[in-house]
Ligand binder design. Structure first.
Ligand code: ASP
Length: 322
């Protein structure tokens, strides 16, 4: 795989391969020395034009655990603040010879766009409301660890689907893994035609008892340029994930950050069925596996710089300390 821009870049075998490799990196994470030499001599640039805690920190740690050199740039405090365009920023960074650029941007299609401006591998860490493929991969990994398989499992994705790149990536990834996906929320927050991604739609939570997994989404107020619900209080009355609506055998997920007490109640968020902390832990090992996949796992023709796999440490050396 040359880039990871969308879950559409993967098939089921590709997702399983990344999750399998993430499992081997989880073994490394349990050792005293958690670093391996797999990407020694490689350079990763994290370019974040939107706020991030989980994704940026786990990509940073993932690159460091694999022994890559790392540069992290946030738009605040960089030349973007001085008016530099995305194209000029990417050209500047490309002059430093990165092997991979991890990008988060508020515009749908930004990750795809920059593939035309750099010969580095590009990983989409969230582009507007389009896709967030590594989130979906870490969610699949988390579920495989808890359930073994996703085939035939019913997964409900609840909340602000309209503004959610996570929903778009997760519907695709869960579907490829054999799950039956339903998206639920107020009609104003469910995009028309979303069924084409391979999910059912419900405007109420009346049948949520059928779900094996319930995945809550944040109300993304930063992307709302109007009023989509009468009030957050009213939204919570009808759509909040809480112990009144869910039964204890249903697994609960959320990509974070959470608006505690709005889309999910504190007791459900912190309860025994919540996988939210496991999702964060999966983020590290899955992002290590994704960096491995684009930098060392396959064919990467690079003009003038040789095949990227030629200098990378082999998969067999994953277990060796750096
Ligand atoms: N962290 C996820 C994202 O960047 C979900 C969210 O922000 O609500 O899309």
């Amino acid at each position: 795989m040359r880039h990871l821009l969308s879950i559409e870049d993967l098939d089921r075998a590709g997702i399983e391969r990344i999750c399998e490799r993430a499992r081997s990196f989880a073994d490394v994470a349990r050792r005293d020395i958690k670093k391996v030499p797999t990407l020694r001599g490689r350079t990763v640039v994290n370019l974040f034009y939107e706020s991030s805690t989980r994704t940026s920190s786990s990509f940073e740690l993932a690159a460091k655990r694999l022994s890559a050199d790392l540069v992290s740039i946030k738009s605040a405090g960089s030349s973007v603040d001085k008016g530099e365009s995305l194209q000029d920023t990417v050209a500047t960074l490309t002059a430093l010879g990165p092997d991979a650029i991890v990008i988060r941007a508020p515009h749908a299609g930004a990750a795809q766009l920059i593939t035309g401006w750099t010969d580095a591998a590009v990983i989409n860490a969230g582009d507007g409301k389009h896709e967030h493929p590594t989130q979906a991969l870490l969610d699949v990994h988390t579920l495989l660890e808890h359930l073994g398989r996703l085939d035939g499992k019913r997964i409900w994705i609840v909340g602000d689907v309209l503004h959610s790149r996570v929903a778009r990536s997760c519907i695709r990834a869960f579907g490829l893994m054999g799950a039956e996906v339903t998206v639920a929320g107020p009609p104003t927050l469910i995009p028309r035609g979303i069924e084409e991604l391979g999910c059912a739609v419900s405007y109420t939570l009346d049948d949520i008892g059928e779900a094996d997994v319930v995945y809550g989404l944040r109300m993304q107020r930063e992307r709302m340029n109007g009023s989509f619900v009468p009030s957050l209080r009213e939204y919570a009355i009808h759509y909040q994930l809480n112990s009144r609506r869910l039964n204890p055998r249903q697994l609960v997920m959320h990509p974070g950050p959470v608006n505690r007490g709005i889309e999910i109640s504190p007791e459900t968020m912190d309860g025994p069925s919540s996988l939210i902390t496991s999702q964060v832990a999966s983020g590290l090992v899955v992002r290590m596996a994704v960096l491995y996949e684009v930098l060392a796992g396959g064919e990467r023709p690079r003009s003038g710089r040789g095949d990227a796999s030629s200098g990378a440490t082999s998969p067999a050396s994953i277990g060796e300390p750096a």
